[in-house]
Write a protein that binds this ligand. Structure first.
Ligand code: HEM
Length: 137
């Protein structure tokens, strides 16, 4: 099974690919109306996802914790709900989906705060926080 860091980076790169194609389409048509949705797809979908992926690659004990996959699922859901939600809001079709996406995005960042405080950053920090724990395989 692929590591959680691979899932974060792989999904992030896929979101970036979609966001870039969308950016090219906006440039080609000179219609930038949906640029905030494109911006959020790229920034949460690619930049934040990659930051999380780098963190889990650096911090094996956090990557091994069950909450890491919950975190991954929540960030992915946030991008998949928030991006169309912003499109709907911009085109005057209601803000409910965007609001739901925002809540998912905030929750996923709150999980990251918890994980960083719980496990620290990197293997050394982890051993300092949990001196009696067995080192990761
Ligand atoms: C092929 C690559 C890309 C193309 C062709 C592209 C194209 C565009 C275009 C045409 C706009 C609208 C500009 C305006 O109306 O002033 C825009 C806005 C934006 N893009 Fe991209 N983009 C690309 C990649 C990215 C990436 C990788 C990121 C972030 C990591 C990003 C983040 C943003 C942001 C934050 C905005 C502003 C959104 C807003 O006005 O609310 N873009 N992009």
């Amino acid at each position: 099974m692929k590591s959680i860091a691979t899932w974060f980076f792989g999904t992030g790169a896929l979101f970036a690919l979609c966001g870039m194609v969308w950016g090219i389409q906006m440039s080609a048509t000179q219609d930038h109306t949906l640029s905030p949705a494109h911006g959020h797809l790229n920034l949460i979908g690619f930049v934040a996802m990659s930051v999380f992926g780098a963190y889990y690659a650096l911090t094996p004990r956090a990557a091994a914790a069950r909450i890491a996959s919950i975190h991954y699922g929540l960030v992915t859901a946030a991008v998949l709900v928030l991006t169309p939600g912003i499109v709907l809001a911009i085109t005057g079709q209601g803000e409910t989906v965007a609001k739901l996406g925002s809540v998912l995005a905030v929750l996923s960042m709150a999980i990251f705060v918890f994980v960083v405080l719980r496990h620290g950053v990197g293997a050394t920090d982890q051993m300092r926080a949990e001196p009696h724990a067995q080192p990761a395989e």
